[in-house]
Write a protein that binds this ligand. Structure first.
Ligand code: PAF
Length: 308
C-alpha cells in the first residue's frame, strides 16, 4: 500500500479512523519529525510499523523551536525524499501541515514550559527551544491520537476497554527532548505511551543527524571524536572502571575543529550531573553521557547510555 499524504488535521483524523476501521486495528502510532529524514528516522518509522496497525509520521518544521530565523530558513525541506523514505518503511499516513494549519492564530499565547529540565544542557545554549518543541509535540500528540468515530464492534473498538493503544516514537539521540516529552506526558496525563528508539550511527560511529549534511569532509572526520569520547566512557562503564572523564575530554579537546559546549555524565531521568566520585571510583550505576560541540559551524549533540 502506498503512503497517503494529508495536510490538514481534519484530513488526518478522517484518514486514520478510516484506516483503523479498515484494518480492524487495535493500535495507532505517531512518529513526529521535522523532515530531512535519514536512516535514524527510518528506524523510528520501522519500529512503529512493526508494532502498530496504523502509523502516522508528521513532517513539520516547527518555527517555535528555532531561536534564529536564519536557522529556520536553512533547515532542509525535502518532502518528496521524505515521503519515499517513509513509504519504504510501510508508514501509512504522512501528515505535513502548513504553519497556518498548526498555528492558525499565529504564535500561540499559551505554551508548554519545560521548566528546570529544559533549562540545562541544550536548553542553556538554545533558550526557549524546548518550550517550542514541547508545545508542538503536545499538539502533534493530540492530532495523532486515535479519533472518535471507530466503527462500533470493530476490533479497535473492543481493544483496551474500547480505545486503541496509542504510542509515539522518539529518538534517543535527542536524549533531553525524550526525557522532557516523557515528563510532559506523565505530568499532564497524556494518554500515550512514549517509546524511545536507540541512536543510529554511521559505521565509523558518527550519530546520524539532519545536520551532518552541513559538515565538510574534514569537519565530518573531526566530528568523530564525539562518539569516540562517548565510547571510551561506555567501555569504562562496561568494565566497571572509574569513568575518567578527563581522558575522554582530552580526546575531544585535541581536535582543533571541535569547540566543546558541554560533556558530562548525568542521571538519565533528571539529567542532573552524577556525583564527582563516579570519575574516580568503579562505575556501577546507571548514567547517561551527554556531549555537545560545534564542529566548524555545525552544532552537534550525541549521548551514550551507561549500564542502562
Ligand atoms: O526531534 C524533532 O525532530 C522535533 O523536535 C520534533 C519532536 C518533531 C518536534 O518538532
Amino acid at each position: 500500500m502506498s503512503i497517503q499524504l494529508v495536510t490538514t488535521v481534519a484530513g488526518l483524523k478522517a484518514e486514520s479512523v478510516r484506516l483503523l476501521n479498515a484494518k480492524q486495528g487495535t493500535s495507532q502510532a505517531l512518529v513526529p519529525t521535522m523532515g530531512a529524514l535519514h536512516e535514524g528516522h527510518a528506524t523510528l518509522a520501522r519500529t512503529a510499523v512493526e508494532n502498530n496497525d496504523v502509523v502516522v509520521a508528521s513532517i513539520f518544521v516547527n518555527p517555535l523551536q528555532f531561536g534564529d530565523a536564519v536557522d529556520l530558513d536553512r533547515y532542509p525541506r525535502t518532502l518528496d525524499a521524505d515521503l519515499a523514505l517513509l513509504e519504504e518503511q510501510g508508514v501509512h499516513l504522512a501528515f505535513a501541515p502548513s504553519v497556518e494549519e498548526v498555528y492558525p492564530g499565529g504564535e500561540p499565547l499559551v505554551r508548554v514550559t519545560s521548566g528546570r529540565l529544559g533549562e540545562k544542557w541544550e536548553g542553556a545554549s538554545r533558550p526557549g527551544h524546548f518550550d517550542g518543541a514541547l508545545t508542538v509535540v503536545a499538539k502533534l500528540l493530540h492530532y495523532g491520537m486515535p479519533a472518535a468515530g471507530l466503527t462500533a464492534g470493530s476490533a479497535a473498538g473492543a481493544a483496551a476497554g474500547g480505545l486503541p493503544a496509542y504510542r509515539a516514537y522518539f529518538g534517543q539521540k535527542d536524549a533531553q527532548q525524550l526525557a522532557l516529552v516523557r515528563q510532559m506526558v506523565a505530568d499532564l496525563n497524556f494518554p500515550v505511551e512514549i517509546v524511545g528508539v536507540p541512536t543510529v550511527r554511521a559505521e565509523d560511529g558518527l550519530a546520524l543527524s539532519s545536520r551532518n549534511r552541513f559538515l565538510s569532509d574534514e569537519e565530518r572526520d573531526a566530528a568523530l571524536v564525539l562518539s569516540r569520547a562517548l565510547r571510551l566512557l561506555e567501555e569504562r562503564a562496561n568494565a566497571h572502571e572509574p569513568l575518567d572523564l578527563d581522558s575522554a575530554l582530552a580526546l575531544v579537546e585535541s581536535q582543533p575543529l571541535v569547540s566543546l559546549d558541554y560533556f558530562d555524565v548525568v542521571d538519565p531521568r533528571t539529567l542532573e550531573p552524577l556525583a564527582e566520585n563516579c570519575r574516580e571510583t568503579p562505575f556501577r550505576g546507571e548514567g547517561l553521557a551527554l556531549i555537545a560541540a560545534k564542529v566548524g559551524p555545525v552544532r552537534l549533540i550525541d549521548n551514550m547510555p551507561l549500564n542502562s
